[in-house]
Design a protein around this ligand. Structure first.
Ligand code: SF4
Ligand code: SF4
Length: 372
């Protein structure tokens, strides 16, 4: 461990930690937000290292830990890690594909103090869902897992990532979430980084499909008000303003990769030249206050025009740095999702070209067999 970094009084404390326990996953979703260079089992932090991270997270003021992956159930120590999080006072949310999850594991997690479960569903139509996941039988298995989650009395959120193959069933995804007993459903239009960027031509829906899907979901909000919370993650390529990515760079969240690299957001490794510190070498507090990758785009001082003088700079923080880099080659540029960006028209052209092209096969997200 290095010497500690003096905390800056202007930097608050994070509220959430995304713990990518592993990149191993039985599914192969072509929109997966994991990096193209997936980390194998050999490099994963061990149980004691993750426990230290969670203890440090609680001391740093973090309230919620999202146990994610890959598929977190691929870790044999998942129950032990949940119990440790509970013992240090962290609220725990399991983000799972459901594959590899058994009824026994759900009940063990309940006993260990897990607070909440998010289950991903690829489509409301079984054949399409299995094709998107690259896993035969995934849809049926997820129905069973949802039943076990509800039987164990967990609050359930259904995560649905929308794209060309399922966008016509956005409303059906909400209906399915209601039928599964979810209290919240997140309809998230694909964000084009990680595996989604090379799959963009296979995933991009048309503007008309996107607008119809947004209208369908908005309509269901009224019908199901009081029964289920419907969150909508906007489709950037058809937007006029960007989203406040991560609630602002290094403002609220910390992401720890399976090998212990600490990132301001799960896609930030796509930006070349950033220096990420590792929990093997530094405490979480030092990383939050001193890591160059956290400091570089924190706040608003780094912004150029048009963001620098914009009245929305403290609302959306100039959008997503990873998307800015992917589309302009400059991570400090205004996110092209914003209509004020000089690249905004280019983004619209890309969306129109990708959504109207010939069908393209998915590049499935898979780890090599020797890394599982
Ligand atoms: S998006 Fe799909 S492939 Fe990626 S971790 Fe989640 S379930 Fe696995
Ligand atoms: S110019 Fe920058 S701060 Fe203003 S709306 Fe666009 S992205 Fe947001």
């Amino acid at each position: 461990m290095s010497a500690s970094v003096a905390p800056s009084p202007s930097v608050g404390h994070p509220i959430g930690l995304l713990a990518e326990l592993t990149h191993r996953c039985p599914l192969a979703c072509p929109y997966c937000s994991n990096p193209l260079a997936l980390e194998g089992r050999e490099g994963e932090l061990d149980t004691s290292a993750w426990k230290r991270v969670f203890t440090e997270a609680a001391k740093l003021g973090i309230l919620q830990v999202h146990l994610s992956g890959g598929e977190p159930a691929a870790r044999r120590d998942l129950v032990e890690l949940v119990a440790h999080c509970a013992s240090v006072g962290l609220y725990t949310n399991l983000i799972t594909s459901g594959i590899g999850v058994t009824e026994k594991l759900i009940n063990q997690l309940a006993d260990a103090g897990l607070d909440h479960v998010q289950l991903s569903i690829q489509d409301s139509e079984p054949g399409s869902a299995d094709k998107i996941a690259g896993y035969k039988g995934a849809f049926a298995k997820k129905q069973a897992v949802a039943g076990w989650i509800k039987a164990a009395d967990f609050p359930l959120t259904v995560n649905a990532v929308m794209h060309r193959a399922n966008i016509a069933r956005s409303a059906a995804m909400v209906e399915l979430a209601v039928a599964l007993g979810a209290s919240r459903v997140e309809i998230a239009h694909t964000q084009y980084y990680g595996w989604a960027l090379p799959n963009r031509a296979a995933l991009m829906p048309t503007r008309a499909e996107t607008e119809a899907a947004v209208a369908d979901v908005e309509g269901l909000r009224k019908r199901y008000a009081g029964d289920i919370v419907i969150d909508l993650v906007i489709p950037d390529y058809h937007a006029n303003y960007p989203k406040a990515c991560m609630g602002g760079w290094a403002k609220q969240f910390i992401n720890v990769t399976p090998s212990g690299k600490v990132l301001p957001c799960h896609a930030s490794e796509t930006i070349p030249g950033l220096e990420f510190w590792n929990v093997k070498d530094h405490g979480l507090d030092d990383i939050w206050h001193g890591s160059p990758a956290f400091s570089i785009y924190r706040g608003t001082d780094w912004m150029a025009e048009p963001c620098r003088s914009c009245e929305r700079r403290e609302i959306d923080f100039g959008g997503c740095r990873c998307q800015a880099f992917a589309l302009t080659g400059d991570a400090s540029a205004t996110d092209p999702a914003c209509y004020k960006s000089p690249y905004h028209a280019r983004m619209t052209e890309i969306a129109d070209a990708d959504s109207s092209g010939q069908p393209v096969d998915y590049i499935y997200r898979r780890l090599p067999a020797n890394a599982l």
